[in-house]
Design a protein around this ligand. Structure first.
Ligand SMILES: Cc1ncc(C[n+]2csc(CCOP(=O)(O)OP(=O)(O)O)c2C)c(N)n1
Ligand code: SF4
Length: 250
């Protein structure tokens, strides 16, 4: 009996992520969802700019590389050109919530039938640990060496809470990948976000609270603790909107 295997939708390429980085777990969950829905042959992923820029090396589906922040706009174009395809974006918080805020907000407002996997690690990973829109108040980063000062640098952007105000947004859930229980919940949410699209329901975004041990300056183990103790109180897990379930209940 097979108890553990690589999902079919992941290639054999070794992941380039740092030890303890949870991008790899999230890749696996996305691949498992694609496998379980049997959509590998008709899925198109949109890769971001950020540490997951090379996501196109890891999924056995067609991938398009978008410019920094533009993935939801590219996904919109791909999906509208061929609505039979299942289109997802995979984006970090610098990509999605800073340079790509406009594309994200308007794709949600339009209710595009796409799936967004939003990886929130509270920092710019790829470029060396600068402050992100999601960096926590007081968080030390390369560009906030004394800690993020909200008086001058503002407050973090809470993406699920913000998008939940838009009528076009369908399903928004925040999950985390810091322990087995949370990983199982994350899996369910990601699967549902893809299933919504397969069923033609509309816009789904899953925010995955993730680690960046390298730029947080922590060991992989301590990074998981830091996520739990600092990020989760600021970014509570849960469903922020499920318009599709509400509609079905009517
Ligand atoms: C138009 C443009 N502006 C800036 C950059 C530089 N840049 C590359 S990745 C990145 C931030 C990545 O952070 P995030 O999206 O949070 O992903 P992570 O690396 O943490 O996974 C930035 C600012 C770029 N490549 N293109
Ligand atoms: S820099 Fe951070 S986000 Fe990027 S691969 Fe390393 S640990 Fe992961």
């Amino acid at each position: 009996m097979t108890v553990f295997d690589k999902p079919k939708s992941l290639t054999d390429a070794p992941l380039h992520y740092c030890p303890g980085c949870t991008h790899g777990i999230i890749h696996r969950l996305v691949a498992e969802a694609i496998d379980e829905l049997g959509i590998e042959g008709r899925t198109i992923g949109i890769a971001p700019v950020g540490c997951s820029v090379m996501a196109y090396n890891y999924f056995t589906v067609d991938m398009v590389q978008a410019a920094h922040g533009r993935a939801p706009a590219v996904a919109t174009g791909v999906k509208r050109a061929d609505p039979s395809k299942i289109v997802f974006t995979y984006q970090g918080d610098g990509d999605l919530a800073s340079i790509g805020t406009c594309e994200t907000v308007h794709a949600a407002a339009r209710g595009e039938n796409i799936t967004i996997i939003f990886v929130n690690n509270a920092i710019y990973g790829m470029t060396g640990g600068q402050m992100a829109p999601t960096s926590l108040p007081g968080q030390i980063t390369q560009t906030s060496p004394y800690g993020r000062d909200v008086a001058t640098q503002g407050y973090p952007v809470k993406v699920c809470e913000m998008l939940s105000q838009l009528d076009g947004a369908g399903y928004l859930e925040r999950v985390a990948v810091n322990n087995v229980k949370n990983i199982k919940n994350a899996k369910k949410a990601i699967l549902k976000a893809f299933k919504n699209q397969v069923e033609g329901k509309g816009f789904s975004l899953i925010e995955v609270v993730s680690t960046c041990p390298t730029n947080w300056g922590l060991t992989p183990e301590k990074a998981l603790e830091w996520l739990n103790d600092n990020m989760l109180p600021y970014y509570p897990l849960g469903v922020y909107k499920d318009k599709f379930a509400e509609e079905a209940a009517k």
